[in-house]
Design a protein around this ligand. Structure first.
Ligand code: UD1
Length: 363
């Protein structure tokens, strides 16, 4: 039996682990699995609802680390996961994405001599001010098996001197979940707000660079207000963003509706019916490309450039006028033509588990 220990911590991890856990479960004659939740995200709306929506089995172990500074959070995951890894001694620790839980688990496993597989390896924004960029670089350097979403990620890893035999291109596992759940999307929010498909804009914001400075956040809100003069804007807000709005005393412009964070299926029903998505999320840049929805990313760089070269994504930064001009241009019909990138085909999890099995005895 090959023993696989999957690690999740924050909201964007759940949709990446769900299809992998399902494929492993289908091979239970030869694979066993344990799910460890670090507890980095803990609210019902940020965590539990995703387990329900994605039919993900509850975690076998929850480390309950909660919020804190980057060092506190990373250190707490490390302290809590070390005895678990020592006891379980899995053949693989599988980490996904680029959150603090990802790098913390990878570091502990590497020090214990346990093999680490990183799903979504090789993404680079080349922006060291992003905490996630540090997490991505360190996790990749520590990993034995680098499971990449596409050719650009392979190139980044090779340029950093990673042994090419450790790099396996598997495609985009988050898109497995998207395609699997599309027919189950909930339209509750559209009904509740009386929104017709393609007649509104969805916004998400949570990056510290956008929400932690009062002036920047105020300028983005002003842009949303201008866009809302054309189409209603729906804004499900991350707890960090909600807290900052309160702290800075910012009031939402007319036409912008603030919502609690949504579960996977409610959010899927919302964004997939939007005329435009405005976001600073990494995952949503890819999901919008997969379904052909125009996406304006409120950042100056992206670790997912394929969403620009092939997909519907455009970088529009934080400047109010640039954001509004880009939105107006999409509304006037100037959307980019786009195609779904290679290996975004709903089969990434199968390739990931194949790679875990094939490489289990190599590294
Ligand atoms: C984290 C990830 C980020 C990812 C995002 C998705 C890191 C460095 N950042 O950022 O890459 O895009 O998750 O959501 O790992 N909070 C709650 N309830 C929760 C979780 C958080 O209220 O369930 C609040 C707390 O005030 C907390 C703040 O949100 O301090 C930030 O949470 P944290 O996990 O530190 O970072 P995120 O901004 O969520």
């Amino acid at each position: 039996m090959l023993k696989i220990l999957n690690v999740v911590g924050a909201r964007p991890n759940f949709m990446k682990i769900a299809p992998i856990a399902a494929v492993i479960a289908g091979r239970s004659d030869r694979l066993s699995q344990i799910l460890v939740h670090t507890g980095q995200h803990y609210d019902e709306a940020m965590s539990d609802s995703f387990f329900r929506d994605l039919a993900l089995s509850p975690p076998d172990i929850n480390l309950g680390v909660g919020s804190g500074s980057h060092s506190e959070q990373t250190a707490r995951v490390m302290l809590a996961i070390e005895p678990v890894l020592e006891k379980v001694r899995p053949d693989w620790v599988v980490v996904v994405g680029d959150v603090n839980s990802t790098v913390a688990a990878a570091l502990v496993a590497a020090k214990l001599g346990i093999r680490v597989a990183h799903v979504e390896a090789g993404l680079r924004s080349f922006d060291w001010s992003m905490p996630e960029e540090i997490n991505r670089l360190v996790t990749d350097r520590l990993s034995d098996l680098l499971l990449t979403p596409g050719a650009g990620a392979d190139e980044n890893l090779r340029a950093e001197g990673i042994d090419p035999s450790r790099i396996v291109r598997v495609g985009n596992v988050m898109i497995d979940t998207l395609f699997a759940q599309l027919d189950s999307a909930s339209f509750a929010v559209l009904e509740q707000l009386h929104l017709a498909p393609k007649s509104f804009v969805t916004v998400t914001l949570h990056r510290p660079s956008n929400v932690d400075h009062g002036e920047t956040l105020a300028s983005i809100l002003a842009a949303l207000g201008e866009i809302a003069a054309d189409l209603p804007v729906v804004f499900p807000a991350h707890p960090r963003t909600r807290a900052r709005l309160r702290e800075f005393g910012l009031v939402l412009p007319p036409g912008v509706t603030l919502l609690e964070p949504l579960g996977y299926l409610e959010f899927l029903g919302l964004w997939s019916n939007s005329r435009i998505v405005l976001t600073d999320s990494g995952g949503l840049q890819e999901e919008t490309t997969a379904l052909g929805i125009p996406c304006l990313t409120l950042r100056e760089n992206t670790e997912r450039p394929v969403t620009i070269s092939e997909g519907t994504n455009q970088l529009v930064g934080q400047d109010r006028h640039r954001i509004v001009a880009a939105a107006k241009s999409v509304l006037s019909g100037e959307a980019k033509s786009a195609r779904v990138p290679e290996m975004w085909d709903g089969r990434a999890a199968v390739r990931i588990v194949d790679a875990l099995e094939t490489n289990a005895r190599i590294y």
